[in-house]
Structures are given as structure tokens and as C-alpha cells.
Ligand binder design. Sequence first.
Ligand code: NAP
Length: 314
Amino acid sequence: MTAPIRLAVVGLGKIALDQHLPAIDGTSKFELVATVTRGGTSSVPGVPCVSSIEELAESGIAVDAVSICTPPQVRYDIAHFAIERGWHVMLEKPPGATLAEVVALREAAGKAGVSLFATWHSRFARSVEPARNWLKGRTLKSAKITWREDVRVWHPGQEWIWAPGGFGVFDPGINALSIATRILPEALFVTKSELFFPSNRGSPIAALVSMRDCNGAPVEMDLDFRQEGPQHWDIEVETDAGGLKLSQGGAVLSIAGVEDETEDHALEGEYPGLYSRFAALIRAEVSDVDVSPLRLVADAFLCGQITMVEAFDW
Ligand code: NAP
């Protein structure tokens, strides 16, 4: 039997507590040996907690890998330090605040001979691979991405999301792009983008992004953090041979209007899938760093027309 991979989790916020710790707890492939929080304390019983990645290195705790669940703006230094230590690294999405820093991490991991995994959890939603398989061999006619959620419900008090490098509405929006870049038959590029910035914030609260694939098929994306009432995480695709709709963030697939009947529509399968993949990458001594969703976001900012809107306060 292979020994479990000794793992430290860095940044115990919402996603670490809601998804990472239960997924780690539920697998024999990893053993949680430490947590790293800015305060140096955590609520995980029986697991040592330190206050920085440097302190972790000095602690003498034997570590093989780290999972970094901080906001993107602070991730590069932590990841780079871990790679230099010879630790394998898993990055929450988005993998960094800029494209170049993620590419630099990929190169550093290659040189150090460790595995770097830039995760896209939405790609592990249960209907994403069936949608990809159905679309294989079909020609895209058009697609529409609607990702509208209430920031007050899903990101309460997360100030980092509003800071430059926090992505604003692209924090969830990049999940849609991680699915679109996985399932659509051809690569996409941005042709037009309108970004709506609250007058008191450094990242957008809404965005309208026009893309196309290399055959000219249009893909429109509507992102909005101001959505109240029903929430929408949908991708509708029309092809030369019928259409499909992925809803609930990739959990539910409808083909020709008929919904797949499986009951497991929650986020639950995604994080066990991510850890399984991370273990496989480590065992195979390879990395998985796909920057295509981040590249589309960067391009949406690069050619974005900025419109100032009402100030946002929690
Ligand atoms: P969060 O609740 O704000 O947690 C982030 C944690 O990172 C903080 O609790 C803090 O943990 C640590 N941290 C280190 N430096 C920080 C800094 N300068 N500012 C703020 N926090 C800092 O955020 P989250 O929702 O868990 O999101 C973290 C990452 O996961 C983001 O990239 C997000 O896109 C991704 N993600 C989130 C969700 C979701 O539903 N929330 C889903 C999927 C992915 P300590 O106090 O322990 O140091």
C-alpha cells in the first residue's frame, strides 16, 4: 500500500473549511499534517497550526504537499516558497492574480521536479464530462453563459474580492470559463468586453463579454454579482446537431430540453475529484496547469470598456 501524501492546507477560509478539509478527511490518499493560518490558530483538532509557510518549513513537520486556499493576490509567494522546498502544490482557482506569475510557477515546478496542480473545481462538476463528450464532433453555432449570483450571499465580507487582483465578478465567472474551455470543441477568444465597476471598488461587479471560436461562432457571457432571487449558473450551447444546457454550475445537463435525472446536484463530488487528481499527478510526477480560463479573463480586462456604477457596500 502507498503511504498517504502528507499535506498542509494554507488559508482556512470558506472554501478550505467547506470543501477541502472534508475532501481530505474522506480520502486515504492524503494525511492532513498541518494547517497554516495568518493567526497561527485553527479549529482543526489534533493538527498542528502555524502562522506562515516559512514557519511550516522551520517547524520540522514532515510535509510532501501543500494546498493553497488563500485569495489569489497572495498565492504566488506561498506557492513559490513551497516549490523551492520541494513540496508539491495545489492551487485553488484562479491560480494566481496574473498570467505571468502562474507561468513562472509552472516553470519553477518543472525545475524543482514537483507537481503543480492549478485546479478548476467546476470542471469536476458531474455533468461537465458528459457535456464535453456530447459536444465532441459537433460544430458550435452559438453559446450563452449566464453566471449571476448574489455576492452578499456567496462571498459575505470577502474584501479581497473587490481589490485589484481579486477578480470581482470574474471570481465566479472564471468557473464558467473553466467549463466552457473544457467542453467547447474549439478554443475561444474575446472580441469585446464591458466591465461595470462600483465607484468605490477596484474590481467589477458585473461584466458582459463577447467571445467567438475560431470558426466565428459567437459566445456571449453575462456575469452579475447583483443578482437577487433565483441564482443562475448556466451554459446554453447550440450546435449544428442540437443543443444542450448545463445548469447549476455544471451539475445538471439537459439535452433537447430533457434533464438528466441523477440526484447528486451538489458541489460535493468536485473536491474529492480534485484531490484524487492531485494524488495521481504526484504519483505520475507531472503537473497540470491550464491557464486558458485565466487568459480569457485577462483578455476581458485588457480590452474592457469600463463603466462606473453605484458604489457597493455590504
Ligand atoms: P475566504 O473565505 O476569504 O478565505 C480566504 C482565506 O485565505 C482567509 O480566511 C485567510 O485564512 C487566508 N488569507 C491569507 N491571506 C489573506 C489575505 N491577504 N486576505 C484574506 N485572506 C487571506 O475566501 P474563500 O471563499 O475561501 O476563497 C479562497 C479562494 O478559493 C479564492 O481564490 C476563491 O476563488 C476560491 N474558491 C472559493 C469558493 C467559495 O465558494 N467560497 C469556491 C471555490 C473556490 P487564514 O485566516 O486562515 O489565514
